[in-house]
Design a protein around this ligand. Structure first.
Ligand code: UDP
Length: 296
């Protein structure tokens, strides 16, 4: 949003604030044009040149708290966005996810891999919902000619995340700053690849702007770390000596995750620039300021 506003675009925001924070909206002069406060799964009007469809809880803790709603948001919400695009002629960038790949048998994951997803597990509301959203997007492109551009976002983090978001980077940074043990699920041997938010925003904007796009495209940072390595890195950045507490591994927790980003490099001339140590430092600095101001 900040990037679009600083480039001089008129920006409308549609948000139900199920997991969003109003404080992240710029207000006053130079702010957004209109706030449409509603559920994305309900029809919305307005004629747009471009729509970034990012609406859906993405943290396992949040999306599993209301699983039926998550599935509806991912499928019906995407349907409403595509309907608007069909009628208004908007180009749409649709935020899909690395969860499409489930617990992958191919490593790293290319867009050609169809994935290994449990259709009836605790993560399915999100995984299968997002897969359904991709199906709708491709069919709207084929049937109605909608310029729908699917990006598969791998773990992304950074300033302004909710302290109670529940994902690993925000958990570790928040726990470290308030002097609590860092909660590692399982043995912490599972891997993830962490992309800093400014890199992701750049990828999303390029996905909207390039003249030619071939859905889907992976967006993420290909540097792979175990969760235990990440915990140690956060402690190092904080210069803290806190306990690492091992807790049970959630069901269907993917063992490995690392994007192959050759397609993004080729189509978008994009790759992440912020190393994870630097991104964690920036996140911790913003969390620290927010904590000092008693923010949430
Ligand atoms: N995780 C962890 N401690 C936490 C939160 C998450 O060890 O406090 C683990 C989680 O089990 C997973 C990885 O970190 O293996 C990434 O979890 P996250 O919820 O950030 O995203 P996911 O990729 O699982 O959707």
């Amino acid at each position: 949003m900040d990037r679009l506003l600083s480039a001089g675009h008129n920006v409308d925001v549609l948000d139900s604030f199920q997991t969003g924070n109003r404080k992240n909206l710029p207000n006053g002069p130079g702010g957004i044009r209109r706030l449409i406060e509603q559920d994305v799964a309900e029809p919305f009007s307005g004629k747009y040149r471009g729509i970034f469809h990012l609406a859906c809880p993405a943290s396992p803790a949040h999306y599993q708290a209301s699983p039926i709603k998550t599935f509806q948001t991912a499928v019906w919400g995407t349907h409403q966005v595509l309907e608007n695009a069909r009628m208004s002629g908007a180009r749409v960038v649709i935020a899909s996810t690395s969860e499409i790949y489930g617990n992958p048998h191919e490593h790293p994951q290319t867009e050609a891999y169809f994935g290994n997803v449990n259709p009836i597990g605790l993560r399915s509301c999100y995984d299968e919902g997002k897969r359904g959203g991709e199906t709708l997007a491709m069919d709207y492109a084929r049937v109605h000619g909608v310029d729908a551009r699917i990006v598969r976002i791998f773990n992304t983090y950074g300033p302004r995340m909710l302290f109670n978001d529940g994902r690993v980077v925000s958990n570790f940074c928040h726990q470290g700053l308030i002097g609590k043990p860092l909660t590692v699920y399982g043995k912490g041997e599972q891997t993830r690849s962490f992309c800093f938010v400014s890199d992701m925003v750049e990828g999303l904007i390029r996905a909207m702007e390039v003249p030619v796009f071939e859905s889907p495209v992976n967006l993420g940072n290909p540097d792979e770390y175990t969760v235990l390595e990440l915990a140690k890195m956060v402690l190092e950045v904080l210069d803290a000596n806190l306990e690492i507490r091992f807790l049970p591994l959630p069901s269907d927790d993917p063992v490995r995750r690392k994007p192959d980003i050759s397609k993004a490099r080729r189509l978008l001339s994009w790759e992440p620039l912020i190393p994870v140590q630097e991104g964690i430092l920036k996140t911790i600095q913003e969390f620290r300021t927010r904590l000092a101001n008693h923010g949430a």
